[in-house]
Design a protein. Sequence first.
Length: 156
Amino acid sequence: MTKAFFGEGISTEGLVLFDHTGLPTFQYHSHLPDAPSIEDCYAICRGENTTLWLYPYTDFELIQVNPEKNSFISHQTPETLQGSQAISIRGKYSYFYSPYNKGGTLYSWKPGESSVKKIGKLSGTLRGLDTRQKAHFIGVKEKNIKVYTIMNPKEY
């Protein structure tokens, strides 16, 4: 595995978490030296408790990071999902918004499976919401803000 680091110091970490005083509490590449490299993070969302889900470029693996345990789990994603601009994770399912060449398309994918399911089309800039929220995404388009909830009783 090749790691690409740009710059010097803390900027080479890919992801850094800070405490309320501004001190780093977690540094991705230092605390997880065997984790996939983060050269650019296309999407990130919070999971359950203190976990984070990342979707970094270049390999587009879906990575669950647990900063409290200094651990990660990586999932290879189907090519269809590459370049997604937003993700949301709920239980057994992950949702990907607007992959390369599929502007505005929303997909559902269960890690470990090879197929994805097209859910529909949305528009605007979306971001995945915290698992404590009922809605999965918040979207902004022009002066409008919307929240989107995916009705999937199989999530949990």
